[in-house]
Design a protein around this ligand. Sequence first.
Ligand code: AVJ
Length: 336
Amino acid sequence: MQALTALPPLSEAARTPVGAEVLRGLSGRPKTLSPWLFYDDEGSRLFEAITELPEYYVTRAEREILAARADEIVGFAAGDHRLEIYELGAGAATKTGLLLQAALRRQGQVRYRAIDVSSSALDEAKERLEAKLPGLVVEPIVADYTDGLVHLDGDLGDGLSFRRPDERRMFLYIGSSIGNFDLPFALRILRDIRRQLLPGDALLLGADLVKDRQILLSAYDDSAGVTAAFNKNVLVRVNRELGSNFNLQLFRHRARWNEECSRIEMHLESLITQIVFIRALDLQVRLGRGETIHTENSYKFTDEQVEGLLGRAGFGIAKRWKDKNGWFGEYLAEAV
Ligand code: AVJ
């Protein structure tokens, strides 16, 4: 009893997702913050701006593939069935329109179920896509897919057993979102997707590929400083939501290529020795000069790695496409 009451009560803030993540990430060493923290309203806006930067080839390369291959992709996935399309981490769903249009050309009506943590991004996507694409029905599902997809079955309404026999599912997991996770976790996500599918259903996976180190580094450290602002915005968010006093001028954006792990890392480097106070968590964070907060991993893949992961998750490779530079890969996998 004594021991229990002597502990300070866990504050309300520490039990919110943001509070819990900041407490976890900044209490020990090395200091880390999960990349999902980037995507508040301002962060989502900054990410959209990143996708238009000259150095950030990722979105353009994938759009090039989808623009050229959408009919082929949809045709392969559908066979002679009707296709239902699901997307993980749909966000603003700007590239998805190319695939939805291709599906509409084939079958006139398409149900598109978009899963994302941001309800505002989903609402915006629904309004924009339904206005532009007659025959399309967008069903937003607000959820964090990294928690697993099993609990979605209620929301998805028609669990596997209620599927119409003439229907096939295609899951979209594009944009190299999978690159944010280490390989064991990436495998877990692919297996979660596989559990939502029947043999013959499809997964379209977009993955960024290993390439020249300078090209990678400038994609994550652009000359206009948009990626730096995106990275630092996480501190702005923590200041606002948890009442901390991070001074942005005392941190520097860093992008590093970690060859051994085949990933770009983003960090926020402390320019001096400093102590930051996080009021809502009653937490003091000491940062040494040069110490970093590691905010993101962006894994870069080879065909062998992607196809190995897909195979271990219960998929066979139906087909793969690259952009003209060979920088980005789009993999159509069939549930086996
Ligand atoms: C959205 C995870 C694919 O890793 O390239 C862009 C996020 N971070 N610039 C990526 C990001 C910095 C992006 N993903």
